[in-house]
Write a protein that binds this ligand. Structure first.
Ligand SMILES: Cc1ncc(COP(=O)(O)O)c(C=O)c1O
Length: 308
């Protein structure tokens, strides 16, 4: 049955329910301490094939299991169980549009921040319509936030857990207070790390440069996709530490992630990037990204899972 967003079906602890009927204990560690790990899994509607494709599903589940292991919460489900839950709940909603599917393992019960069980899962599709958001086309005016990115020595950004987003929030709220769209974080060493919910790339003299995975960044699936797509197009890619001043003189820059796809950066701390418009390489990579995610790139068909 087709659902409206407020009454959509979600998969919750093994059942498919109206989202309003999925009740959580207010004392649960997930509610009180953000003790959960999650994925935002992009699904794209391919209108020619009348098919919905989930993008890089196995890679999302591998990261979810790494996050659960690192934060020491038990996962009661296999990868096949997780995949089936995602497919079943999308089918229940009869979605034929782009989605971001939030798939979350959470610590339930009456425990505290040190608890590791009981753990359960929900799968909640978030409908996104049939086109990329206007946000992506417009581009972003960014600042470098005064807050540092969390580090592997305190709260690892490698773990995609709810609590980590409070650091993201600090930077994002500062950016919005000061009239910017979003921010870029520096890490403990003062090198560029990432955005609050995205990875950072810049183009200098035709070379794509991004911080290393050890520079306090999430092991982003879009980051990996961009690197592979760029190499496929013959663009050289360098993963290395980036200084703050390099941000101000690069030719192109963008943030990328499952939610924002590949979104051009127009300025950083009011320094124009390139000519202040979306860059050419950025645009080409965005197009290649959408082709891959919609199952239109025959060489990369193994990255997509058909839902129907
Ligand atoms: C902090 C952070 N960095 C990077 C990303 C991009 O990761 P992915 O490409 O796997 O969505 C996200 C989004 O989940 C994020 O929250």
């Amino acid at each position: 049955m087709k659902t409206d967003v407020a009454n959509r079906f979600i998969w919750y602890k093994g059942e498919i329910l109206n989202v309003n009927d999925a009740k959580i204990n207010i004392l649960a560690p997930t509610a009180q301490f953000g003790l959960n790990v999650f994925e935002g899994i992009p699904c794209y509607w391919n209108d020619e094939e009348k098919q919905l494709y989930a993008f890089r599903l196995d890679d999302h589940y591998d990261r979810l299991l790494r996050s659960a292991k690192l934060i020491q919460i038990n996962c009661p489900y296999s990868k096949d169980d997780m995949k089936k839950a995602l497919i079943d709940v999308i089918k229940a909603n009869e979605y034929d549009e782009n989605l971001s599917v939030r798939q979350t393992l959470f610590v339930d019960g009456f425990g505290s921040w040190g608890s590791s069980d009981p753990t359960d899962m929900f799968v909640a599709p978030i409908p996104k319509g049939k086109t990329s958001s206007e946000y992506n086309k417009k581009g972003l005016n960014c600042c470098v936030t005064s807050w540092r990115r969390i580090s592997d020595t305190t709260l690892s950004p490698r773990i995609k857990c709810g609590a980590n987003y409070i650091n993201s929030r600090a930077g994002q709220r500062e950016a919005l207070r000061n009239g910017y769209d979003t921010c870029i974080f520096l890490n403990d060493a003062g090198k560029v790390s990432e955005g609050p919910g995205s990875c950072f790339f810049m183009v200098v003299n035709g070379t794509l440069i991004t911080p290393q995975l050890t520079d306090s960044v999430l092991e982003s699936i879009t980051r990996d996709t961009v690197i592979k797509l760029a190499k496929e197009q013959g663009i050289s890619v360098v993963e290395r530490s980036v200084d703050r001043t390099e941000l101000y003189t690069c030719d192109e820059a963008f943030l990328c992630g499952s939610a924002m796809e590949i979104t051009p950066i127009l300025s950083i701390d009011k320094y124009s990037i390139g000519n202040g418009e979306a860059g050419m390489i950025t645009g080409e990579l965005h197009k290649a990204y959408l082709d891959a995610a919609k199952g239109k790139n025959q060489n990369l068909k193994s990255w997509v899972t058909p839902i129907y």
